[in-house]
Design a protein around this ligand. Structure first.
Ligand SMILES: Cc1cc2nc3c(=O)[nH]c(=O)nc-3n(C[C@H](O)[C@H](O)[C@H](O)COP(=O)(O)OP(=O)(O)OC[C@H]3O[C@@H](n4cnc5c(N)ncnc54)[C@H](O)[C@@H]3O)c2cc1C
Length: 388
């Protein structure tokens, strides 16, 4: 006789940004949740740069020690002239990405979810009201596919699949000193990073240097490192890691849900087709999926995909921007344009979402920040010395 299968309300495939946030939410709402991942453990073989936009940390509060706050973007033209962009009140967070994923896994586990590593989803068959997972002795009432851009859940259930991708590669360095850590350094160059851009970013423990290229192109990170070596002197630093992966850029897949199954995060194409940013959407829709599935299974709420459908992003503007990025604009034209105030305004809109610099320069903004933190620190010291 076969041993009884482990029964779960919800099986989530993929223990990354979307899956772990969904698991924590669903488990906190009372569902019995298992998360399967083919990887050896949380934070193993990180594929993403892991930069968070401000809106991502408005979705999920994450520990300060795992992040580095960066206020500005230094945008370089192909001739390596640059403009500095910033908007008071806005910021990016570079992350200790492996430890951020470990923390998200701990949070999901603390909420009660079972995390099953080295466990690959290979299919599932309907047996009445539940699914039995093919290679595993597990049953589930609902399956959430949070298994990334090449989703096996989408393939198995005949759901929509991503078909257009950016390809990204980056190196991690220790001991790289020649970088101004106040900025994300972003490079527009249609020969080196056609269809997207290249970047150098100072994270809490390493400096990350890489690029992504548009559909049908191959990234050459060596070419980018040579091109910017006189700014950053990569040769003096230690190469300690590599990250690489595919980023869906075709918008939402259709259909993204079926009877008892739904996709979320990269699996559903929830990534900005223009910027390639997907973590904020993975946080947002991971959490919303966890809520909607719990409502459905525990309280006769609507089907989760029906509940979420009105909230899905249409990406209309971002898709138009992707069309623009796919055109091979000559480098000379980009260099000429980046000096103009129209292009600067456009770049400000893209990076800072309509927020402006409010008439201050970056150094004035920085001085104000320093004054603010000094006055907070001296206020705290005064309070301590007065025994408050
Ligand atoms: C090079 C690169 C740089 C990027 N930089 C940024 C950035 O700076 N900021 C940003 O917001 N976004 C960035 N992105 C996009 C971002 O990484 C993704 O949008 C985000 O990781 C999506 O999270 P997810 O949880 O949906 O899927 P993923 O992070 O892709 O996780 C999917 C998980 O599913 C597991 N899995 C897959 N198949 C199976 C299976 N059959 N069985 C079990 N487990 C399976 C995988 O092991 C993995 O852990 C970048 C992407 C790349 C490739």
């Amino acid at each position: 006789m076969l041993p009884a299968a482990a029964s779960y309300d919800l099986v989530i495939v993929g223990a990354s940004f979307a899956g772990l946030v969904a698991a924590r939410t669903a488990a906190m709402r009372g569902l019995k949740v298992a998360v399967l991942d083919a990887k050896h453990g949380a934070g193993h073989r990180v594929a993403t740069t892991g930069i968070l936009v401000k809106e991502a940390v408005e979705e999920i509060d994450i520990p300060h020690a795992l992040t580095r706050r960066v206020y500005g973007v230094r945008l370089y033209a192909p001739n390596l002239k640059h403009v500095d962009l910033f908007a008071p009140g806005y910021f990016f967070l570079t992350t200790d990405t492996a430890n951020l994923l470990r923390w998200l896994a701990d949070e999901a586990q603390r909420a009660g979810a079972h995390l099953l590593w080295k466990t690959r989803f290979e299919g599932a068959a309907r047996e009445g009201d539940v699914f039995r997972l093919s290679n595993l002795n597990i049953c589930a009432r609902y399956i959430l596919g949070a298994d990334g851009s090449r989703s096996a859940v989408a393939r198995h259930f005949g759901l929509g699949r991503n078909s257009r991708f950016l390809t990204g590669v980056e190196y991690e360095y220790e001991g790289l000193c020649d970088i101004d850590p106040r900025f994300l350094h972003c490079f527009l160059n249609s020969e080196i990073a056609p269809g997207y851009l290249a970047w150098v970013a100072s994270a809490p423990t390493v400096v990350q240097a890489g690029l992504a290229v548009g559909p049908g192109r191959r990234p050459d990170v060596g070419k980018f490192l040579n091109y910017t070596d006189r700014i950053f002197q990569f040769g003096k630093a230690r190469l300690v890691g590599r990250r690489a992966g595919r980023i869906p850029c075709g918008g939402l897949v259709r259909p993204w849900a079926g009877n008892g199954v739904m996709l979320v995060g990269d699996a559903a194409g929830m990534v900005s087709p223009a910027t390639g940013g997907g973590i904020r959407l993975a946080f947002h829709f991971g959490r919303r999926a966890g809520q909607a599935i719990a409502d459905h299974l525990l309280h006769m709420g609507p089907a989760p995909d029906v509940a979420l459908a009105p909230e899905l992003p249409g990406f209309l503007l971002k898709r138009a921007m992707r069309f623009g990025l796919d055109q091979q604009v000559p480098n000379a034209l980009i260099s000429a344009a980046l000096g103009t105030s129209a292009m600067r305004t456009f770049a400000q809109q893209v990076f800072f979402h309509k927020r402006g610099a409010k008439g201050v320069t970056f150094s004035e903004f920085e001085e104000r920040l320093v004054r603010l933190s000094t006055s907070i620190a001296s206020g705290a010291e005064a309070a301590v010395s007065q025994g408050k």
